[in-house]
Write a protein that binds this ligand. Sequence first.
Ligand SMILES: Nc1ncnc2c1ncn2[C@@H]1O[C@H](COP(=O)(O)OP(=O)(O)O)[C@@H](O)[C@H]1O
Ligand SMILES: [Mg+2]
Length: 373
Amino acid sequence: MTSTFESVADVVERFAAQGYIADRRLATTVYLLCRLGKPVLLEGPAGVGKTEMSKALANATGRRLLRLQCYEGQDESRALYDWDYGKQLLYTQMLREKIGEIVADAPDLATAVTRIGDQDSVFFSDRFLAPRPVLEAIRSTEPTVLLVDEIDRADEALEAVLLECLAEYQVSVPEIGTYTASVLPYVVLTSNSTRDLSAALKRRCLHLFLDYPDAERELEIVRSKHTGLPDALAVQLVGVVRELRGLGLRKNPGISETVDWARALAVLGAEELDAQLLAETVNVVLKYERDLQRALEVLPRLALGQHDDDRYEHPPFEDEPDGRAVRAAMDQPGRHEIGYRLPADAGERPRSGAGQGQRAFSAAVRRRTRQQR
Ligand SMILES: Nc1ncnc2c1ncn2[C@@H]1O[C@H](COP(=O)(O)OP(=O)(O)O)[C@@H](O)[C@H]1O
Ligand SMILES: [Mg+2]
């Protein structure tokens, strides 16, 4: 398998071989990602194939996929690297005698502590480093695809840290030094747009808004999944799903829901899509009661092929979150050590310019102390 793509058409073809139907715009972005070595940022609603795209990219290029799933409250020790506390403690226990020798003739506690401190570098070395996906991708000597999935769930501070690493393809570990990628990973970031991302991140990336596919491509995807649903019904079903997406529902059905619905109908042996059958199975794709109610009102018309007349009649639900507000609320100060605002719990944490190593190590000690209480 050749690892780079020869052309945009080559991307389309090799993605299709992996079961991923890419349109020209997406394929062009992927081609540029590989050629320019720039990260790609895919934004769009849930279920349009953002995560799947990275898997297809990894498979099509024979690269190993490293995935960082973002979540609220995540910090660098989950994203970049951490220290293997367990191993550090095991080593200190096994080396107890040796450590005893070092401090044996220390006249006082302060001297003993200094002597132990002089040995820090042994315990904050490569041997005790626990790389997380970002550092793993940077250090890997074999080519990788790094997927930073749903970055909008993480907060702004982690976003900035990631940006810094991805801009230079570097991760700095204060106790060891800076790791620089020898083989550039293909980096894909995804966002479900629950909040705005920073302009800096967008500038740094090839940005692509991935929306629901057009009817033709969605049908192609459904066909490619061999759902067992007769083709004429698949055509009709794709039309129905597209109409549902126009209703301003709280959670629009994604591509996987269309495929699931097709599979469900096939299992039920559907021969035609009448209003009753659609109503009996629409819960496969809609997961909120009020979405369901809304859909049930219009399904009789959709089943008759009367599309469009009901579109946008209802305004979207009003509790749609405002991206900026959500982002501001998530960005609590103090969850990141380096260069960010002082934490609310400053009293509890070791601050004095502590590098990640000390932070992680003392966190482990704190955990142990708590457990022993
Ligand atoms: N272009 C596509 N070609 C084939 N299958 C797709 C495509 N887009 C989405 N899918 C299907 O939809 C599912 C959901 O896609 P996913 O990547 O999880 O969505 P997202 O990450 O955007 O929420 C995938 O598991 C895949 O089966
Ligand atoms: Mg996803």
